[in-house]
Design a protein around this ligand. Structure first.
Ligand code: NAP
Ligand code: MG
Length: 494
């Protein structure tokens, strides 16, 4: 078994410089597949570092926001190239990502390489962003333009930190903002290295990076007077806290929060091997640690057994273990707390008496016992009040629930405080569209679900407790700007 004992130490990036925390403190990051293995140390920022980072971003604002959209787009294109121009470095960074995070190497590689596409896509909006709206008479001539909000605090969770940055960081930059990025303490090393690569390509102060625990720096960042907008991705509980703290400085917030996505399989759905593969990955990719994962599956009773059989076959073929091995298809959960949440939900489901299938192959049982592993798990026909149905699992478990009518399925799907994404599985395009329009969600996939099916040109975000505002798409850029009307008497401006 190849075990890599190499460690890295990452620094903060402030005002164009890699630097240690003012205190000199670091904290360790361990491998969730074998928690005794040290992967590296990240700088542990304190309030003094928050101040330096926020002030650097504020000082960089005038020059950065004065550039044209095309000039900023060119910076984004340079970053996009820089992030992927060294295949060996990319491979090493992906491997480090797997070791610190747990996700399999293939996913790690996808995440850190595809971020470049997000930068390119955002750059492509430069022309459209430069167009102001005009109102020509009567009485007034007015130009409706937009300006950057100011320094943006960008907070990302541990599950897909680089991709999630790709949904807010290039958008903030092209909109004219300078940023302070705060990754999760659970997955800081590769995020720090990757953000450093981006920041190196920009004038000092445009991107600043703080690693460390939110217990030390979270509120200091959110409430710093230089911060003019907060874009947060994480849990509902912390999202509510962010909104409260932001109120003190009247700072607008964009919140991308948890989900409990429902999928609805109608009686006429096409359920071949390819469909089951998509359905399986929708729920279990990244060990289920995805905000827009399929988390509740409602199946027309006439197709219920078929769906259970298809997903059982898919799950049984998975190989669970160390994500750096090419044969592994599912890694551990990222951290012990998350494992505890998931296993307690599974235990409650078992206790309720419903069938709970824990599937997949475990070639190394000693490793499985040591790391934060959970096999892919199907919970059949559970009581609808169980936590595994009502709460966000954020782990490799999927409840499968039969329904008898379309109205019942819609009721089940919408009967939740969450409203991130959803899916409808059917061959009937018109019926799919009718259902989709009734689902309370920011995004509905047809015959698919999750990040592999997402159109990143479309705005993304949640209804209800799943969030406030939108990331991605053109709308995700405007989210970082304020409207600005410039007006004169008729004939005086246009
Ligand atoms: P979390 O506990 O809410 O943490 C998210 C981020 O916020 C981390 O960087 C965390 O830092 C930071 N944070 C915590 N308290 C803070 C404070 N007072 N001030 C500033 N920052 C603070 O969420 P998580 O456990 O990392 O991530 C899982 C959750 O994220 C799930 O609910 C998932 O659905 C959601 N998520 C949503 C989306 C979406 O787009 N809607 C995408 C991915 C994940 P520390 O780690 O240092 O505490
Ligand atoms: Mg957390």
């Amino acid at each position: 078994m190849p075990i890599n004992h190499n460690t890295v130490t990452t620094q903060l990036y402030i005002n164009g410089q890699y630097q240690n925390a003012v205190s000199g403190d670091t904290y360790p990051q361990y491998n969730p597949a074998r928690p005794s293995e040290l992967v590296g140390y990240a700088a542990s920022a304190t309030v003094a570092d928050v101040d330096l980072a926020c002030n650097a971003a504020r000082d960089a604002m005038p020059a950065w926001s004065a550039l044209s959209y095309q000039e900023r787009a060119q910076y984004l294109l340079n970053i996009a190239d820089h992030l992927v121009n060294n295949p060996e470095e990319l491979q090493a960074r992906a491997r480090l990502f797997t070791r610190e995070h747990g996700k399999i190497l293939h996913e790690a590689h996808i995440e850190i390489s595809r971020i470049s596409d997000r930068f390119r896509q955002v750059a492509s909006y430069a022309e459209r962003l430069s167009q102001d709206e005009t109102l020509s008479g009567p009485h007034y001539d007015t130009i409706i333009t937009r300006q950057a909000r100011g320094v943006a605090a960008l907070v990302v969770p541990w599950n897909w930190p680089i991709s999630i940055l790709g949904a807010k960081l290039p958008q903030a930059l092209i909109a004219g903002n300078c940023v302070v990025v705060k990754p999760s303490k659970e997955s800081a090393l590769v995020t720090a290295l990757t953000v450093g690569l981006m920041a190196e390509m920009l004038p000092p102060g445009v991107i600043n990076l703080l690693t460390g625990s939110s217990a030390n720096i979270g509120d200091a960042l959110l409430s710093h007077p230089a911060i003019r907008t907060i874009n947060f991705t994480g849990s509902v509980a912390v999202g509510k806290h962010v909104m409260k703290v932001a109120a003190d400085n009247l700072v607008p917030v964009t919140l991308e929060l948890g989900g409990n996505d429902a999928g609805i399989v109608l009686a006429d759905a096409k359920l071949d091997d390819a469909a089951f593969k998509r359905m399986y990955l929708a729920a279990f990719m990244s060990s289920g640690q995805i905000c827009m994962a399929l988390k509740r599956l409602y199946v027309h009773r006439s197709r219920y057994d078929e769906v259970v059989t298809g997903l059982t076959q898919m799950a049984s073929a998975q190989v669970i273990g160390d994500g750096t091995l090419a044969t592994t298809t599912m890694g551990p959960l990222n951290n012990k707390k998350q494992l505890g949440i998931v296993t307690s939900m599974i235990a409650e489901a078992k206790q309720s008496g419903c069938d709970v299938l824990e599937l997949g192959q475990v070639p190394d049982t000693a490793l499985y016992a040591e790391g934060y592993f959970q096999k892919p798990t199907l919970v059949l026909n559970p009581d609808l009040n169980l936590r595994v149905v009502k709460e966000e699992q954020f782990g490799p478990v999927l409840p499968i629930i039969p329904f008898d009518s379309v109205d019942e399925a819609i009721h089940f799907a919408n009967d939740s405080e969450f409203g991130l994404c959803s899916s409808v599985w059917t061959e009937d395009r018109d019926q799919a569209l009718r259902l989709a329009r009734r689902l309370e969600a920011g995004y509905t996939y047809l015959n698919n679900h999750g990040p592999l099916a997402q159109d990143s040109r479309a705005p993304f975000g949640g209804h209800k407790h799943s969030g406030v505002g939108r990331n991605l798409g053109y709308e995700g850029i405007i989210e970082f700007q304020e409207m600005h009307s410039i007006s004169a008497s008729e004939g005086g401006l246009l």
